[in-house]
Design a protein around this ligand. Structure first.
Ligand code: DC
Length: 226
């Protein structure tokens, strides 16, 4: 099977829609590979900060993105993959609010996106790939046989994030979170480079008010895997 014949399920949508959890569950259930494309933007931002490359220096960022030495290590059942940058475990560090904010700045630059494109396509290996991101169905795998756009209202996403942070012992204000989420949506949807929007042939699933199991069942059905 050539790599272009390997099946891909793309799962795009805004942060907090449940995408990350759902793609991991889909990949595990199907026994397929997983691409967390957001992690690549986060890693680019983190590596740039570490190498003292300014987040405004487009050429410097392209160079960081093309030289990224990363690996994703599978862990035990139910555990998220470990993300390694130059041999160091940065799984926690790439998830901070600051790195998310920096990643979103880096992700608006088309040349940076181009530098990460082939690296993302290289994840397409038998028996199949579940790809999580913003432009998986529109740009990276436009020929994917199954495309899902997972969404939820901004209020629901703010509530989920609030609960996550509270569990982690972080004190936050839910209204401030909601404002941040709206601002991030605005930037992701209105940027020129690969704006966040469903592919024309994507199936839109709204996870507001649904349990994870219900969302998973709908995604499996949408991907023709139920
Ligand atoms: O999904 P995430 O929060 O880990 O993504 C981090 C940032 O990268 C977010 O601002 C959106 C951006 N991103 C992107 O532009 N394209 C992707 N395919 C994945 C993420």
């Amino acid at each position: 099977m050539s790599d272009s014949q390997v099946p891909v399920i793309t799962v795009d949508g805004p942060g907090g829609s449940g995408k990350g959890t759902i793609t991991q569950m889909l990949a595990r259930r199907l026994g397929w590979h997983l691409l967390d494309s957001g992690a690549l933007y986060r890693l680019t931002a983190l590596a740039a900060v570490r190498q003292q490359v300014s987040l405004d220096d487009e050429a410097g960022l392209v160079s960081v993105a093309s030289r990224l030495d990363v690996s994703f290590l599978p862990t035990g059942d139910g555990e998220p993959v470990r993300v390694m940058l130059e041999g160091e475990d940065v799984t926690k560090e790439i998830r901070t609010e600051q790195t998310g904010e920096n990643a979103s700045r880096v992700a608006v630059m088309q040349p940076v996106r181009d530098a990460l494109l082939q690296r993302q396509r290289d994840f397409r290996k038998p028996p199949g790939l579940v790809a999580d991101g913003r432009d998986m169905g529109t740009v990276v795998f436009p020929d994917a046989p199954a495309k899902i756009f997972l969404t939820a209202t901004a209020e629901e996403r703010a509530r989920r994030r609030y609960n996550q942070l509270k569990q982690a012992g972080v004190d936050v204000n839910i209204d401030a979170l909601l404002e941040e989420i709206r601002a991030r949506d605005e930037r992701d949807m209105n940027r020129e480079a690969a704006p966040l929007k469903p592919a024309e042939d994507a199936q839109v699933i709204d996870s507001t008010g649904l349990s994870i199991e219900e969302v998973l069942d709908r995604c499996m059905a949408a991907a023709g895997q139920a």
